[in-house]
Design a protein around this ligand. Structure first.
Ligand SMILES: [Zn+2]
Length: 472
């Protein structure tokens, strides 16, 4: 946390789990399609085409408002935000201005175990404009192409108060918001363009700079880090930071001026006369009843129902898919062991491969692995090996254990290895007897090496103590 840093976020999230766009019947499943194949007169903004509100989109937006502890509006209304830009052929965007669907919410964000509240100013609905495709970079591109497949995609915009104090907090906030939206099943954050962020950043007493359209999760933190150090350097040199809008260049990791304050656009907002104001207050209770269990409630339940640690409960509930995976496994074997194997080992191996739990193997395979561990057929090391092979090559755990010889060696083989190690490492044995406990680790390590990791380290430890005390 940096005391003089002030960050506010405007986060645009596509409600991409809906089947149709915000004001027309076009499909939202345009990802990967040819440009301009998911369009109609309404989302192309042709003269005379009339918008019809997608009721489900309004319901989703109310659910998001409720999940963010907002108050839901009595009446909500759409406005025309007038500006001309090639991604918006009719010259205005349909959005909300006064009377947004939800206001005055709160979400906590925790960094280094310090949990702080971040106020949510408002949640409103709007349509996505089309997508501009620059050839090369935005500065040097000689021409630009427009794809209207995205035009009219339903968006919600979550606006925070300037309560964030560091780029890391901003990243955490966005991750948590993504998780909540995925819990609500209104959003798939892995799709291209699903989430875009505008960030306002200033140093205490200085002018506010807006960074527009950051479109990657990691980009938000990097853009803010760059911008804060730029403003700090200016301050140090006695140069005044001017209020302006900047663009974040992901490839070069810097921000560049788009327009200064003098050029700032004045949007003229008019009520959208083609859409009547909606009275949504009576939807609130119905939707409240439909809200799923959210991350914090799930975390508390996991702790009490399965008796797992706070930290495991936190890791497991941070993503709905991981939470579901864990529940599948925990229902059929020791839930505490399941927490360790899913939260620490499986998640760790997935992170290492830059993959998520959707790319993992079926929970049944994890249940089998834990069962083999519990029956002492494989060691922890063997189980990790099975997980790695399953992730990299696939297959069945039983045949992996067999083909890779991962089953634990018999006790008499372990005993033989221990005896050999004792006679081959006289000086380490001597060290141990003269009270150097680290010599034990060395001896256990030698036995593990001799048995190619298939001995149970705990058993080796006991045997070493037993045999060495016998020979004392
Ligand atoms: Zn359409």
């Amino acid at each position: 946390m940096e005391d003089d840093v002030i960050i506010g976020l405007e986060i645009h999230c596509q409600l991409n789990k809906l089947n149709s766009k915000l004001f027309c019947g076009c499909s939202t499943k345009h990802h990967g399609s040819e440009p301009n194949t998911h369009t109609c007169p309404v989302c192309l903004g042709l003269p005379g085409a009339l918008p019809v509100i997608n009721k489900k989109a309004v319901e989703y937006a109310i659910m998001v408002g409720l999940a963010l502890n907002c108050g839901i509006a009595e009446h909500t209304q759409f406005y025309r935000k007038n500006y001309y830009y090639p991604d918006l052929p009719r010259g205005f965007q349909i959005t909300q201005y006064d009377y947004p669907i939800a206001e005055n919410g709160m979400m906590t964000v925790d960094v280094d175990s310090i949990e702080r509240p971040v106020r949510i100013k408002r949640v409103h609905m709007e349509e996505d404009p089309g997508r501009l495709v620059h050839q090369g970079s935005i500065e040097t591109s000689k021409y630009v192409l427009v794809d209207y497949n995205r035009s009219g995609m339903p968006l919600i915009e979550v606006v925070t108060e300037p309560d964030l104090r560091s780029p890391k907090e901003a990243r955490r906030f966005i991750n948590k918001l993504r998780n909540i939206l995925e819990y609500l099943d209104v959003f798939d954050g892995s799709l291209e363009g699903a989430l875009r962020v505008d960030a306002n950043v200033s140093l205490k007493g200085g002018a506010r700079v807006e960074i527009k359209n950051i479109s990657s999760y990691k980009g938000v933190e990097r853009a803010l880090l760059f911008e804060i150090s730029r403003q700090r350097n200016m301050k140090r040199r006695g140069v005044t930071v001017t209020q302006e809008t900047r663009h974040y260049d992901d490839e070069r990791n810097c921000t560049i001026t788009l327009r200064s304050k003098e050029q700032a656009e004045e949007y003229r907002y008019f009520p959208e006369a083609d859409l009547v104001p909606l009275s949504v207050k009576d939807w609130e209770n119905k939707l409240k009843a439909r809200l799923p269990e959210l991350p914090e409630a799930k975390r508390d339940r996991f702790r009490s129902q399965y008796g797992i640690s706070d930290n495991h409960a936190k890791v497991l509930t941070a993503e709905i898919r991981l939470a579901n995976y864990y529940e599948c496994v925990a229902g059929k074997c020791d839930p505490v062991m399941a927490a360790t194997w899913v939260a620490d080992y499986l998640k760790g191996e997935l992170n290492y491969r830059d993959r998520d739990v959707r790319d993992a193997f079926e929970p049944e395979k994890m249940i089998f692995i834990i069962d083999q561990l519990k029956k002492a057929i494989i060691t922890d090391k063997g189980a990790v090996e099975v997980i790695r092979v399953l992730l990299d090559e696939g297959g069945e755990p039983a045949s992996i254990i067999k083909s890779r010889n991962l089953a634990k060696v018999e006790s008499d083989i372990t005993r033989k290895a221990v005896t050999e190690v004792i006679s081959e490492n006289a000086s380490a044995v001597q060290d141990l007897r003269s009270g150097k406990p680290q010599a034990m680790n060395f001896l256990v390590g030698m036995v593990m090496k001799k048995t190619r990791g298939r001995a149970d380290p705990e058993e080796v430890n006991l045997l070493l103590r037993e045999l060495l005390e016998c020979t004392l």
